[in-house]
Ligand binder design. Structure first.
Ligand SMILES: C[S@@+](CC[C@H](N)C(=O)[O-])C[C@H]1O[C@@H](n2cnc3c(N)ncnc32)[C@H](O)[C@@H]1O
Length: 481
């Protein structure tokens, strides 16, 4: 029976698709992509893919008379209809049981599964799977896939913990669920369920047998005073300003356009800049990421030879403050929009570098402060498409003296023949697509962009561990004699 399962699933799907077009209501995406597939109680992972995801699961289930499990199980009338045990279903039961009243075509063996000329696409996939020696998904793969698919749930659990300031509350020491609920203004039962999820994610633990929750060292990242914080970025990435556009990723993939504009009707930076709460959250999230990267950048690249470092689109100055702290002989110019630099004075003062740094605001598509020895753009170029990125680099080139260097700090995607890209970099690339219409780029793409703006890419650092950032160094191109 166990061995029969996959074959039965194939035949079931094949027969149903040929003879009995599914006429139920439209299936939801979840139903289509569900991977829960049982044949008479035998789990056949991956079988749903065999007959085309639209039909294989529910129709096959109906035929086999088995339950449709999982998050995408059809409801109500459709469910009833799919579960009705028709003549065909009984015929398929016969196949499962190997009885003689099974349809002869289905009993006849693999040859019935050959490609049909009249159906070059759909069922051929079923048939090819039947005879293929390609590796097949196993139960563990299904579990792994589900973990990926549940990623958004984990992200929201972490985001809610961040928004409730749970880690700051727990910083005082272990607390019972009732105490935590009181302190955070939450429902005790629901909070316990959240804590259970956070415990499984490794952020909290119950160190004693008592019902007291404590932060793990990993969970410390959610504290507002963490050395390497992720609290604001968790809150930002799970808040509607990011969450809602990501819900429209399909729109971006279909059209190549930002989902953000289709959801909010305007470009991201304008929208965020027009909402003080949002821009505070955005700046905090960017600053957290910059704080993590700043130490690596300062340790991995020597800025001490530059008298003046201009940070273009430098946000609240977190990176520049760290660079200046590591290079006591350097001065800095922080350049961003008025909302971008709103908290910069505090950040520069806290790092003790206010007296060596000026803050300038403006539009970097119009002009960039002139006269620097180094121009730093961290996580800025990736926000823009090639046309805008070219314009921005052109502004930088115009501001740069001939001896100056331009330093891009970005995730660099591997060239076509390079190693697999880091997950964080490719997800960031999708984030650029969804949110702002920019992209992550390969070394070659950066070299081409820079060349078009009169700059020559001279060096690319290794990734600055533990981040995915690399420093791409460029100089003004010498005019040919
Ligand atoms: C993704 S954030 C990066 C911030 C900072 N470099 C970092 O890595 O944390 C992009 C920055 O570009 C700034 N920005 C966007 N459009 C701008 C413009 N037209 N002129 C100046 N700055 C701009 C934003 O305010 C924001 O601070």
């Amino acid at each position: 029976m166990v061995l029969l399962g996959p074959s039965v699933a194939v035949y079931a799907t094949d027969i149903v698709l040929r003879r009995n077009r599914y006429d139920g209501p439209a299936l939801t995406d979840e139903t289509r992509h569900s991977r829960f597939w049982y044949t008479g109680g035998v789990h056949v992972p991956g079988a749903v893919a065999l007959g085309g995801p639209d039909l294989a699961l529910p129709v096959g289930m109906a035929c086999l008379g088995g339950p449709v499990h999982g998050p995408g199980a059809p409801e109500g009338v459709a469910h009833q209809r799919l579960h009705a045990r028709s003549t065909r279903a009984r015929a398929l039961d016969a196949i499962v049981a190997g009885r003689d009243d099974a349809p002869s075509r289905a009993r006849a063996g693999p040859h019935v599964a050959r490609r049909q000329p009249s159906d070059p696409k759909g069922r051929a996939a079923v048939n090819n799977r039947e005879t293929s020696t390609a590796p097949r998904a196993r139960a563990e793969d299904q579990v792994r896939a589900l973990q990926l698919i549940q990623g958004h749930m984990a992200a929201q659990a972490v985001g809610v913990a961040a928004r409730l300031d749970l880690a700051d509350v727990l910083a005082a020491g272990p607390m019972s669920c009732a105490e935590l609920a009181e302190a955070t203004g939450t429902d005790p039962d629901a909070l316990r369920r959240l804590l259970r999820a956070l415990e499984s994610l490794g952020l909290v633990e119950r160190p004693t047998a008592a019902d007291l929750f404590a932060l793990t060292s990993f969970g410390e990242v959610l504290r507002s005073d963490a050395d390497a914080p992720a609290r604001a970025i968790a809150a930002l990435f799970t808040s509607p300003v990011v969450w809602r556009p990501w819900g429209e990723l399909l729109h971006s993939v279909r059209t190549g356009r930002t989902a953000f504009e289709s959801v909010f009707g305007t470009a991201a930076f304008g929208h965020i800049g027009g909402h003080p709460d949002l821009s505070a959250l955005f700046n905090s999230g960017m600053a957290e990421l910059a704080r993590g990267a700043a130490q690596s950048v300062a340790a991995g690249y020597d800025f001490s030879g530059f008298r003046t470092v201009v940070d273009v689109g430098g946000g609240n100055g977190t990176l520049l403050a760290a660079l200046l702290a590591a290079s006591p002989g350097s001065r800095g110019v922080l350049f961003d929009t008025p909302t971008g630099v709103r908290e910069a004075a505090l950040v520069l003062a806290a790092a003790g570098v206010s007296d060596r740094c000026t803050v300038t605001t403006g539009d970097f598509f119009t002009a960039v402060p002139p006269g620097g020895d180094a121009y730093v753009l961290k996580n800025v170029l990736h926000d823009w498409d090639d046309e805008r990125a070219h314009a921005l680099l052109g502004r930088c080139r115009r501001a740069m003296p001939d001896h100056a260097r331009l330093l891009l700090i970005e995730a660099v995607l591997p060239d076509d023949d390079g190693p697999a890209a880091r997950l964080s970099a490719v997800l960031s690339d999708l984030n650029m697509l969804v949110m702002v219409g920019g992209r992550e780029r390969t070394r070659r793409e950066y070299a081409d962009l820079l060349a078009a703006a009169g700059l020559e890419l001279t060096d690319v650092s290794e990734p600055l561990a533990p981040t995915h950032f690399q420093v791409l160094e460029a100089v003004p191109r010498r005019a040919h004699p």
